[in-house]
Design a protein around this ligand. Structure first.
Ligand code: SF4
Length: 313
């Protein structure tokens, strides 16, 4: 079955069932095209919370579907490929969080939404790449301290520290996203040399040298909006994030030119979903193998830092 035919089948099945499809910007473009809502993790968390359908199909990685389950305990959250996991989230376990907390008492714990439900359950507040600076400022003020525990992404922690002026103790120091952290200063300089008139946009999960070289640092939604609101004399952009966002922007703003900061900026974990799996799910909404259900005792604890983040954002 070709892509268009599959997409039509999916749209038909979707209209016959009580379901919405949420997709992250890093999803394959053919999945982005059939999603009801598209966005970064914060936007999708909010959308999941407001969802009124019985079923939510989440085309993203495991922690995103878990967040949707935490916020919607009475709904069925389904993930097309249950093996779609985030390696960055795997850098932090609840045991590690408890150890850091023991070593740094009275220090608030900020965890990136790119973390497991059990890790969230041990934290004081969550953050996303869009609001990390603000969250670190607010929670340190609330606790009347000048340092926070921050994990699992050390680069985002460094970025939050740089702009909040609050020390972030990295949980763990080696936590990183393999997609963003692979962009080196040499890569970005070489791409800029090739396209000297292009503005450089990168994600806060990139290393500091790369962030400091960039014209703009922001989450996927912030990058999207930066292009959307670009002035008429800005025609070219170097994109330092996963290729899915570049594909989205090429469709939505085709009058601009986009170049990846380096070749093969692909999150293979995000790309484990496909249209066939989504069609299968729509035909088998009660297939428990695809359901992501965070146990209620963990969800009750994990919802607090998420809600606090939504309140503070
Ligand atoms: S892009 Fe990085 S942070 Fe996002 S899902 Fe992939 S590995 Fe995880």
């Amino acid at each position: 079955m070709n892509v268009k035919h599959l997409q039509d089948e999916i749209l038909k099945l979707k209209s016959q069932n009580d379901v919405i499809i949420l997709a992250h910007y890093y999803q394959p473009i053919e999945i982005q095209e059939i999603a009801d809502f598209l966005g970064d993790s914060l936007k999708l968390s909010r959308t999941a919370k407001e969802a009124s359908t019985e079923y939510i199909i989440f085309a993203g990685v495991d922690f995103m579907a878990e967040t949707a389950s935490i916020l919607n305990q009475d709904k069925h959250v389904l993930i097309p490929n249950p093996e779609s996991c985030c390696p960055m989230a795997a850098f932090l376990t609840p045991e590690k969080v408890l150890e850091f907390k023991k070593n740094f008492p009275k220090t608030p714990t900020v965890v990136y939404v790119n973390s497991t439900a059990t890790v969230k359950a041990e934290s004081d507040i969550c953050c996303t790449s869009a609001n990390a600076v603000n969250i670190v400022k607010k929670i340190s003020k609330e606790f009347e301290v000048n340092k926070v525990l921050f994990g699992p992404d050390a680069n985002l922690g460094d970025y939050a520290e740089q702009f909040s002026k609050i020390k972030t103790i990295k949980m763990p120091p080696e936590g990183h996203c393999y997609v963003h952290s692979q962009i080196s200063i040499e890569d970005i300089r070489a791409t800029k040399n090739q396209y000297p008139n292009a503005k450089v946009l990168v994600h806060p999960e990139c290393i500091r040298e790369v962030r400091e070289f960039a014209d703009f640092v922001g989450s996927t939604s912030q990058m999207y909006n930066r292009i959307k609101n670009a002035s008429s004399d800005e025609h070219e952009f170097i994109i330092g994030t996963e290729i899915g966002l570049l594909e989205r922007m090429s469709q939505d703003f085709p009058d601009k030119k986009y170049y990846l900061a380096k070749e093969k900026l692909i999150c293979y974990n995000m790309k484990k979903h496909n249209l066939e799996l989504i069609k299968y799910l729509l035909e088998n909404l009660d297939d428990k193998f695809h359901e992501v259900k965070v146990p209620s005792e963990i969800a009750k604890k994990a919802i607090q830092p998420i809600e606090k983040m939504l309140l503070y954002s």
